[in-house]
Design a binder for this molecule. Structure first.
Ligand code: ATP
Length: 623
């Protein structure tokens, strides 16, 4: 709140200093206010120019009307009270009252129109931001902090909304009120008007001094707030709570929280008390002005026999009150303006981020696709200094399956990420049916590729909703058929709500194996030309594993598919194995060919797969 009791402007949710001061973060990110930036911000108002014009007219009318009660005070005193004319007194009072009511009604229309504009601008901005973020590449999401993205979508745009409803209109309103009040004062009596202006510089002394100590406190409470948020984020997240429970550290976490909470309370009390002293100082100065006018007016009337009346002096005092408020607001406006510009710049920064993976201008959509995939001398890096893939060559013919194996970090996931263009190759090319995938329509390409990732993501909804995400028009029969193939139908039917069972936050109510089978069913429903499986490295129990195996094996038979394999049973089911090491294909062939070669694969086989082979064969024997 400022000392007139109105809420002060700032970025909601974000670190913010008190009025009149910028935080260190704000200082270091101070935007350059250029003509281009102002024009760009103004461009958001252009579609709403009619409403903006209404707001401006309303502000002007309200400002002029706002002067009337002050001016009428003089008439009430001189003509009504001193002139002892009761009917005139009542008429002036009624007029004042009428003007106040009218100006308040205009204020309502103004704030309605204003809010309407701000909401619509924020609506446009949010939609545009959402569409832009959806077009951003996978690289953007892996390299940005999720919190940052959400902040720009939510609090930054909410801040912009507030800037339009508060800062911009407050500047215009204050300037108009100040100019009209000054005009009225100078036209009444220029000498008294100058005297009233003399004390204006005194305002800045308490503003700066008290503001500094508030700023210090605000920073401390911001730090304390960050600490509290940190505790909440860590302890109240799913994994955090799990850790707390398993180590029975509830008391420890509670004490830590209470301590930070208590510190926050102390700081808040101190901060609000400083605010109170601040108010006292400002009030003192505000009250000096009227005294000066009474004194100067008295001198003029008594010593210089001026024609000034008591009413005139009262009008000057009333106008003075109207003048101080906008002066005070405008003194702090620079900070508000910088904050507002910073908000816009933060949002524009995101808008201006180039979309690095997009449709080629002459992108093609072939009439049909067989699914022949070819990597031609493909190289790739995430960071220029660290090459990840170095000249990968292989061909996957229609209807055949390939397993990619290799040590951890060899580049297996990277290879499959290149196929749906989550990243673009940095050298060589990938061909689908002989066409460079960068020339194919991006949606067409992605529609034809289905991936079951290691880290299965399910939305918080029902199993049915999660399955339908692959194809919104799929029938119940198709859903059931896909789930039967993925070995998950019986499990779903055993749930009390069947296909309408809610999976919980990120699917946490399901086991890893169940989630993976649902995601297999989801890909079956999509029915892509090429299927890609990133087999989970995490160990599943043998029942879950065999359920998944039994789902995957028939699927890859006769289907163009690639599997990053960690289990021998999968490797045995594919047509060909690619062994990746150090970003290159070091061996290629069937299991028996590779074992006979005695190279990297044999080593992998000895260390990773051998034990699994025994289990696998034992299981097959039982079946
Ligand atoms: P694993 O079997 O453990 O999953 P992998 O063979 O699939 O490993 P990749 O995930 O392809 O290996 O990673 C290959 C290399 O690229 C690793 O060194 C990894 O640290 C690096 N890497 C992976 N993703 C990124 C990324 N988004 N940004 C930068 N480097 C990355």
């Amino acid at each position: 709140m400022d000392f007139f009791g109105r809420p002060s402007m700032g970025r909601p949710g974000g670190p913010r200093g008190p009025r009149g001061f910028l935080t260190e973060e704000e200082k270091s990110n101070k935007p350059k206010i250029t003509m281009a930036l102002v024009k760009r911000i103004a461009s958001y108002l252009i579609p709403y120019w009619k409403q903006t014009l209404i707001v401006l007219i309303m502000i002007f009318i309200a400002a002029v009307l706002g002067l009337m009660p002050s001016i009428l005070t003089g008439r009430i005193i001189d003509e009504g009270l001193i002139g002892r004319d009761f009917s005139l007194l009542v008429r002036y009072i009624a007029l004042s009252f009428g003007v106040v009511v009218l100006s308040n009604l205009i204020g309502v229309v103004e704030s309605y129109t204003n809010t309407w504009i701000a909401q619509h601008i924020a609506f446009d901005m949010r939609n545009r931001m959402f569409a832009h973020l959806q077009a951003m590449s996978h690289r953007f999401f892996t390299s940005s902090r999720q919190g940052d993205i959400i902040t720009r979508m939510t609090s930054d745009i909410a801040g912009v909304q507030m800037v339009i409803t508060n800062t911009f209109t407050s500047i215009i309103r204050n300037v108009i009120v100040l100019v009209t009040a000054l005009y009225a004062m100078f036209s009444m009596n220029w000498l008294l008007a100058i005297i009233a202006l003399v004390i204006v510089p005194l305002f800045s002394i308490p503003t700066k001094q008290v503001g500094k100590s508030r700023w210090k406190l605000a920073r401390q409470s911001q730090e304390c707030n960050d600490e509290i948020n940190g505790i909440l984020n860590e302890t109240l997240s799913v994994s955090g709570q799990l850790l707390v429970k398993l180590f029975t550290n509830e008391k420890y976490e509670y004490d830590k929280y209470v301590k930070a909470n208590a510190r926050m309370v102390k700081l808040n009390i101190r901060e609000s008390l400083t605010g109170r002293w601040f108010g006292v100082a400002i009030n003192t100065f505000t009250n000096i002005g009227p005294m000066l006018i009474y004194l100067a007016g008295g001198i003029l009337i008594m010593k210089f026999d001026s024609s000034l009346t008591v009413g005139d002096i009262s009008v000057m005092v009333a106008l003075l009150g109207r003048m101080y408020q906008p002066i005070n607001s405008l003194m702090n406006i620079q900070v508000d303006l910088i904050r507002s510009m910073a908000l816009f710049t933060r949002i524009f920064e995101y808008y201006d981020m180039p979309v690095d993976i997009k449709n080629a201008p002459d992108a093609v959509i072939p009439p049909y696709i067989t699914g022949n995939l070819r990597f031609e001398d493909v190289s790739f890096y995430y960071d220029e200094k660290v090459p990840i893939l170095k000249g990968i060559n292989f061909t996957l013919e229609e209807g055949r399956s390939i397993a990619i194996v290799g040590p951890s970090g060899a580049g297996k996931s990277t290879i499959i990420n290149l196929i749906p263009r989550l990243y673009d190759v940095t050298g060589g090319r990938i061909l689908l049916d002989g066409i460079d995938i960068r020339k194919l329509d991006l949606n067409f390409l992605r529609r034809n590729i289905g991936i079951v990732t290691q880290d299965t993501y399910l939305f918080n909804g029902t199993i049915r909703e999660n399955l339908l995400y692959a194809r919104f028009d799929a029938t119940d029969e198709e859903l059931i058929e896909a789930c039967k193939k993925a070995n998950i139908h019986d499990f779903i039917m055993a749930q009390p709500d069947g296909y309408d069972t809610v999976v919980g936050n990120r699917g946490l109510k399901l086991s890893g194996g169940e989630k993976q089978r649902i995601s297999i069913a989801r890909v079956i429903l999509k029915d892509p030309a090429i299927m890609i499986f990133d087999e989970a490295t995490s160990s599943l129990d043998s029942i879950s594993e065999s359920l998944i195996q039994d789902a995957i094996e028939p699927l890859i038979k006769g289907r163009t598919s690639i599997i990053i394999a960690h289990r021998l049973s999968t490797i045995m089911a594919v047509d060909e194995i690619l062994v990746i090491s150090g970003g290159r294909v070091v061996e290629q062939g069937t299991h028996h060919e590779l074992v006979a070669r005695g190279g990297v694969y044999t080593e992998l086989y000895e260390t990773q797969f051998r034990r699994a082979l025994d289990d696998y064969e034992a299981r097959r024997a039982v079946q």
